[in-house]
Design a protein around this ligand. Structure first.
Ligand SMILES: [Zn+2]
Length: 152
């Protein structure tokens, strides 16, 4: 593989950042860093920054997954509180309602956790490819959308 002068450039980070931000054209960036337009164009065309961006996207998804896990855990704690409150209120209808909603939630949670755990594991240490998990985000979005609508 031929060496890319942009990848070797001491300001590569800033160059990639400028390219990704989309605020300047390749030509503008080339003149800004006094580098060859052709070399910069090849750097972009050959996908040298793509690998970097994908790595960042994986890290972002992992962070979102972990946030969501925390969110689910907090919901679970709240359900336990509500169940106790309902029991203390002495109203069996209220208690039943809490359990009904909770059982639905637990079902959704199980699906979401299963999907997320798989995802987090696969995007762990080595940032392994996640192409084969293409169905996961859609599934999770569905569940995440349902959660705020859970009302007694
Ligand atoms: Zn390059």
């Amino acid at each position: 593989m031929a060496k890319c002068s942009i990848c070797q450039h001491p300001k590569r980070k800033e160059i990639d950042k400028a390219l990704v931000s989309g605020t300047a054209s390749i030509r503008n960036i080339a003149s800004q860093f006094t580098i060859s337009y052709d070399a910069l164009f090849r750097h972009v065309k050959n996908g040298h920054i793509k690998a970097k961006i994908e790595k960042a996207a994986v890290a972002q998804e992992k962070a979102e997954a972990e946030d969501f896990l925390t969110h689910l855990q907090n919901k679970k704690i709240r359900f336990n509180e509500m169940a106790k409150e309902a029991k203390d209120s002495g109203d069996p209808h209220l208690e039943l309602k809490v359990y009904q909603v909770e059982s639905k939630f637990v079902e959704m949670e199980g699906k979401a956790l299963g999907a997320f755990k798989e995802k987090v594991e696969h995007t762990g240490k080595n940032g392994a490819p996640i192409e084969h998990q293409i169905n996961v985000p859609e599934e999770v979005k569905k569940v995440a959308h349902l959660l705020p609508n859970v009302k007694l």
